[in-house]
Each structure stands twice: as C-alpha cells, then as structure tokens.
Design a protein around this ligand. Sequence first.
Ligand code: KMH
Ligand code: ZN
Length: 305
Amino acid sequence: MAKQKSVIITCAPTGGIHTPTMSEHLPITPSEIAQASIEAAEAGASIIHLHARDPETGKPDPDPDLFMEFLPRIKQATDAVMNVSTGGGLGMTREERLRAATRASPEMASMNIGSMNFGIFPMKDKYSNWKHAWEPEFLDMTRDFIFRNTFADIEYCIKELGQGHGTRFEFECYDLGHLYNLAWILDQGWIEGPIFVQMVFGILGGVGADLDNLMHMHTIANKLFGDDYEWSVLAAGRHQIPFTTQSGLLGGNVRVGMEDSLYIGPGEKAISSAQQVTKIRTIIENLGLTVATPAEARQRLGLKG
Ligand code: KMH
Ligand code: ZN
C-alpha cells in the first residue's frame, strides 16, 4: 500500500470577515498579524494565508503598504509559504483585491473560483456593543452582496499574478460547480497542474457543512483532476476541526485559523490561530499521519520558492 502523503497545514490568521468585536484575540495590526503568523508557522503551518486590516479600526484594508509591514517579518522569522489573499473584503474592487499580491509577488495567492452570495449576518444581541461603527454595517452589507468572481475576473487575476509573477494559487471552491469552473479553466490552458483546491464548507451561499458534501466534492475532484492535484478543506465556525480531520483521514490537507473560526471548542474562543494549528496537528499525528514541512509543500504544489 502506498504511504499516505504528509498533511499540509495552511493557517489563515485574520481574514476579512470577522470583526474586532467578535473576538479580542483577532489579530488586527501588522505586528499582531506577523506575531500570529509566526506562532502558527512554529506550531506546524507550512502556508500562511494573509489579509490586512486598518490598524485603527480593524476594517479589512487592501493597502499593499500594510501587507509589506508584516510579509517580510514573517518571511524572515519562518520558512512558511506566504499566501496573499485576492478575496479581499466586502466592497473592494477587482484592482484593489489584487494590489497587495501584485506588489508582494508571493509564492501563492488565493483565487476564488466562482461568484456567490456570501452571508454573514450580524447577531445584534450577541454583539450589541460594537467597538466600531463600521462593524454591523459591514456585516449587513452581506445581505445584498455578490462575491464577484467572474470568468473575466479569474482570467485577469491569473494573467496578472500567475503569468506575470509566477504566483500559484489556492483555488477556493465553495460549491460543486466551482470544481467544474476550475476544470474549465485548466482546459483553457490558463493554468497548469499541480493545482491546489481549497474546498470551503459552511459559508451561507456556498455548500453546507455536511460530510456527505465533502465526500461528494472529493469524488468529483478526483474525476476531474485525477492525480494532478492537491486538495485541502476549510470549514466555517464549529465545523472547522471535524471537517479538517475528515480531510486528513481521506488523504487531503487542511486549513485552520481565525479567518475561518474564532473557536477552539464548543463555546470556547480560540486565543490564537496557533492554538487551532496545534489542535489539528495533534489530531493528525494521533491518526498516525505526519505534517508537511514548508519544503514538502513547495515541492508538491510546484511553488517558485
Ligand atoms: N474567507 C474564506 C472562506 C480569500 O481570501 O480569497 C475564503 C478566503 C477567500 O480565504
Ligand atoms: Zn482569506
């Protein structure tokens, strides 16, 4: 029997959706984002997926200068792969979403592979004392928000980053149809394998967090991409650890971090993304699997290094 591959852990420490009021542990400033990323890498993450925020308000911010305050610091302190988000935050234009990655020319960037509703609604009772006026308004915007990722947007992003900078992608697939979009894009010759498919579960507007959906998406991805792909799973909120565990069991990779969940267990807030990395790492190792080093991740994903 072939030896099972090691598990690549990606960590996404802040994201562009959770707001400061939701957790005092959410990293906001460049220093906090750098620190959270370095701790996550030390805990076993070989890829760090990054967004920036306005240090004063915590609002998602596409300013490349902010990214450049933490990217070199993380690179200097760790060997982890830098993965710059092109998903950005609500209301950012296509150009804004690409500005940081275009400046940083990272080994990896995220690429969202289809348009969708993206529902995260404010829970007014729970968060009645918002720290910043933008927070409830920002989340309310999701009611009438289309997370736009047209084929033209995708082509633009691939041409700018993939062909322009040799950046490779974490392809975010929030539903079954997104796998078919990705297969079509491969057919166009816009990208070459090995591709890195990030299956996303539990976002309202995307596929639900039901393990049958994970099994089916994995089956279809195997049919569409054969041997020429790596796959990973992330799941929102309480589904994070069960779904990433299932991915490890099925031979996939995992993503954790406070972008995807603010919790470490039922009703218990995570104190850091590193805590979530440690948790999934412990599970992976207890299952008899091993965790990939950054060098292994680079080699398997065909990164420029
Ligand atoms: N927020 C995640 C569900 C991106 O940054 O491009 C997906 C994500 C998108 O990470
Ligand atoms: Zn992201």
